[in-house]
Design a protein around this ligand. Structure first.
Ligand SMILES: Cc1cc2nc3c(=O)[nH]c(=O)nc-3n(C[C@H](O)[C@H](O)[C@H](O)COP(=O)(O)O)c2cc1C
Length: 210
């Protein structure tokens, strides 16, 4: 776990539980002074972010409730804008504005980006700001978006953490399966044609023998 992530997540209460359960010594190295790392988006993280077609986004309400919403779009709709900045166009939707309202009182945000096919996930902690209006979001808006953008959502990344791949069940999108399905479809067509030919030949042999 990178230091930037443990600095934000290993609160006194968390560390008290680590002490009680005997894991504090193991994790101490993640919070010891040293060069801060894990707060900048490297090439691996950037490629991973640009390959996503969705992510889970958590905010905290003014009454203290955590709230998780799934955001989806075409691959690459979440964009890397700088070494510590990512953003997306916040499109007009059901107009409940739960995440938007939560972020007025607390700009902290947690994201989980999943790659089910390759069993990997990236956690991001950051602070969200907005540039309101369709014009401000024009550059971030995916081509052919179903609805108009209402604002640009900009996240200043404070920590990144690649999570343990264990317990991620591999799942595949239709786009990921398509090349394999096409190949299987072609093989099936060949086998069906061969099967029909062999049945015809067998019928002819039977007719000749009777
Ligand atoms: C017509 C329509 C289109 C939507 N398009 C998207 C979309 O492309 N991506 C997405 O994550 N949510 C989409 N949504 C869902 C919402 O935009 C939802 O309002 C948004 O995720 C904010 O949710 P929150 O108020 O729970 O924070 C759409 C909803 C509607 C009604």
């Amino acid at each position: 776990m990178p230091r930037a992530f443990s600095e934000l997540t290993f609160t006194p209460a968390v560390r008290a539980h680590q002490e009680k359960m005997g894991s504090a010594a193991t994790y101490a190295k993640f919070i010891e002074a040293g060069p801060r790392q894990g707060h900048q988006i490297g090439p691996t993280e950037a490629a991973f972010i640009h390959a996503r077609d969705g992510f889970y986004q958590a905010t905290v309400s003014e009454t203290g409730w955590p709230y998780v919403q799934y955001r989806g779009g075409p691959v690459g709709f979440l964009k890397v804008l700088g070494p510590q900045t990512i953003g997306y166009a916040d499109l007009s939707g059901n107009q409940q504005y739960i995440s938007r309202g939560n972020l007025d009182g607390n700009d902290r945000i947690a994201l989980i980006l999943m790659d089910y096919a390759n069993k990997s996930r990236l956690k991001i902690l950051g602070r969200m700001s907005f540039r309101e209006g369709a014009e401000a979001a024009a550059e971030l808006c995916p081509k052919g978006a179903e609805t108009a953008p209402e604002r640009a959502a900009i996240i200043n990344v404070e920590a990144l953490d690649w999570n343990c791949p264990r317990h991620i069940t591999p799942r595949y999108t239709e786009a990921e399966l398509r090349p394999h399905l096409n190949s299987l479809g072609q093989q099936l067509a060949v086998l069906q044609a061969e099967n029909q030919r062999l049945q015809r030949e067998l019928a002819e042999l039977r007719a000749a023998g009777s």
